[in-house]
Design a protein around this ligand. Structure first.
Ligand code: TPP
Ligand code: MG
Length: 322
């Protein structure tokens, strides 16, 4: 059974709109100082998260990146609890301890956003291996950017997934840049060539087209679930906003206004299903109550500052500097 909220075009549009609106609100909250530390906006890349998650079952799992809000929401996380997580409040997905780059919800198979480039891939391979050993049909989707293509850990993960025939769909979100570094001047060979070197079937898809991503992801998920092993999707996409909200403090000129404008013309939200206006309204209402929930959630008690730092039963030595 696929994820019910992504089962039809209207649901996929609704979820892309939710991600877009969520990210716009998060930007506002960073600018007003409510969210401390900033975020990596996913605006422009919504079709990748939604297209891939539309091919997953509820019990399937994913690993995400530093730009993870879209993946987390597409798999079904509660937007109010994700907003509360950004605010560091106790009602957050992780009690406010993880923040933007570590949002997780294991109950939904979301094994976490991840601040370390490429670090989600070995977690996905390990989780896929563990699920297979338990006899479960779980498929893992592992999202990463073009910047991860030159991380050794990604190549090691591709190798292990290949020899173990692990049920993993590797999803490279090639948005053309790793921070300010163009992929064209950083990636030797190609994204798909890396997968092919390990005997993993790979294809490049239009990451601005949610249905194209979904179709490719369905093929890959079906292969993984039926024991055919891992697959690799390179989704060509673009982030419309800065690499990180802090970027606006600097006058960076690594992308031309023309380039950004030409990708904005391919906005994945431009293809609207019938009833889109009503869906937009419904999402606005959902987000407004999500924001209300997050803002009403309590700040954590300072006395709990060292909770979760140590394995159960261990505490810092009394008097030790925190
Ligand atoms: C191992 C590691 N090296 C460097 C960084 C700093 N860093 C954070 S995001 C980023 C760029 C990542 O680019 P990409 O993988 O293409 O993802 P995108 O930001 O484009 O979504 C870098 C270098 C990091 N977080 N982890
Ligand atoms: Mg990138």
């Amino acid at each position: 059974m696929s994820l019910p909220h992504l089962a039809d075009p209207a649901g996929r549009y609704r979820t892309m709109r939710l991600i877009r609106s969520f990210e716009e609100l998060a930007l506002e909250w960073v600018r007003s100082g409510l969210v401390v530390g900033g975020t990596h906006p996913y605006i422009g890349q919504e079709a990748v998260a939604v297209g891939v998650c539309a091919a997953l079952d509820p019990a399937d799992q994913l690993t995400s990146t530093h730009r993870g809000h879209g993946h987390v929401l597409a798999k079904g996380a509660d937007p109010g609890r994700l907003l509360a997580e950004l605010l560091g409040r106790v009602g957050g997905l992780n009690g406010g301890r993880g923040g933007s780059m570590h949002a997780a919800d294991f109950s939904l198979g979301i094994l976490g956003a991840n601040g370390i480039v490429g670090a989600g891939a070995p977690i996905a391979v390990g989780a896929a291996w563990a699920a297979r050993r338990r006899g479960e049909p779980t498929v893992l989707a592992s999202f990463f950017g073009d910047g991860a293509l030159n991380q050794g850990v990604l190549l090691e993960s591709l190798n292990l997934a290949s020899i173990w025939r692990a049920p993993v769909v590797f999803v490279c979100e090639n948005n053309g840049y790793a921070t300010t570094l163009p992929a064209a001047s950083a990636v030797g060979g190609s994204a798909c060539g890396r997968a092919a070197a390990f005997g993993i079937p790979a294809e490049t898809v239009d990451g601005m087209d949610v249905e194209a991503v979904r179709a490719a992801a369905e093929r890959a998920v079906e292969r993984a679930r039926s024991g055919g092993g891992p697959s690799f999707l390179e989704c060509l996409t673009y982030r419309f906003e800065a690499h990180h909200t802090m970027e606006r403090r600097f006058r960076l000129s690594y992308r031309t206004a023309e380039e950004v404008a030409s990708w904005r013309e391919r906005d994945p939200l431009a293809a609207q299903p019938p009833g889109a206006a009503a869906i937009d309204l419904e999402v606005a209402e959902l987000l407004s109550s999500a924001a209300g929930f997050a803002l009403a959630s309590a700040e954590p008690d300072p006395a709990t500052a060292t909770d979760h730092l140590y394995a159960s039963g261990l505490r810092p030595r009394s008097g030790a500097a925190l």
